[in-house]
Design a protein around this ligand. Sequence first.
Ligand SMILES: Cc1ncc(C[n+]2csc(CCOP(=O)(O)OP(=O)(O)O)c2C)c(N)n1
Length: 326
Amino acid sequence: MGLTKELTKDEYLSLYETMVKIRVFDETAAAYADSGELCGFVHPYSGEEAIAAGVCGELTKDDCVCSTHRGHGHIIAKGGDVNKMWAELYGKATGYSQGKSGSMHIADISIGIIGANGIVGAGLPIANGVAFALDYQGKDAVCVAFFGDGATNRGTFHEALNLASVWNLPVLFVCENNGFASTTPRAEAMNVARVSERAASYGMTGVTVDGNDPLAVKEAVRAARLRLREGGGQTLLECITWRHHQHFIGDRSDYKDPEDQARWLSEEMDPIPRFEKRILEAGIADERELAEIRERVDAEIIAAVRYGKESPYPAPESMYDFVYAD
Ligand SMILES: Cc1ncc(C[n+]2csc(CCOP(=O)(O)OP(=O)(O)O)c2C)c(N)n1
């Protein structure tokens, strides 16, 4: 397909920068959670960056995303403010939710981030509602629902796909299949080889792509949007990937085969060195330009961590603010 040739140098580097930003953000968050500097859960996205970057790289400001408990990558790729994210991880008043939600409930409606979500599979029906609203408002926009393979065994997944298909909603279902739901291997929880096979039950298109290749993901999203626009219905896009860390920082990891873990973390499989190699070999940019991006991202995240750390805690009297509508 022609997508690789169609992308400009800026688009390549933007995909790269997004993936690096997610990695640095989450490796720092993982280290800070591990040391006890952050309290509250952190579910790192490291290893899955190509999905958020590839999907959100195809979205406009009007498009929306419903995220998950592993949501930092989606929020960063959709243009979220890393200062406000870090302040939220620290529980500070300058955070996205005034420090009251932590990692799993970050939202930024101004740029279409409807919200991360601590309830597995809860984002899919919400995405349908958002897609209905976008359509009702006459916008040429879609809502993306991100979810893991584990979520596809919940009723909300099946109800949401059915309704989206029957009501022909502008929604794109993106499954980040990292092979595990917490500690449960995918094959122990479902009797189909591919999550994408489940699309057939709802008369929609099921596609499986290499989720560690941002170009493959981007191309699949572009095709899914085109299909929707041309009346071809919704897509269930399954992206095969691997999470580098435990389910959350502090959880066990003994259920992973050490050989699989080493293979997925190798330079050939890790989406970032893999994409780097591709950029260098194709002569799109040189090592110095990539190093400059990494340095810029490091500086941005260091500044964000400092911003979070130095921000004030919410005032005790603000505890009930925004709990009830006026
Ligand atoms: C309804 C519900 N059941 C169980 C949980 C506990 N839980 C949190 S994450 C998770 C695993 C989710 O796996 P998956 O959907 O594959 O996403 P991943 O963590 O792999 O990204 C579970 C069981 C929950 N938060 N919500």
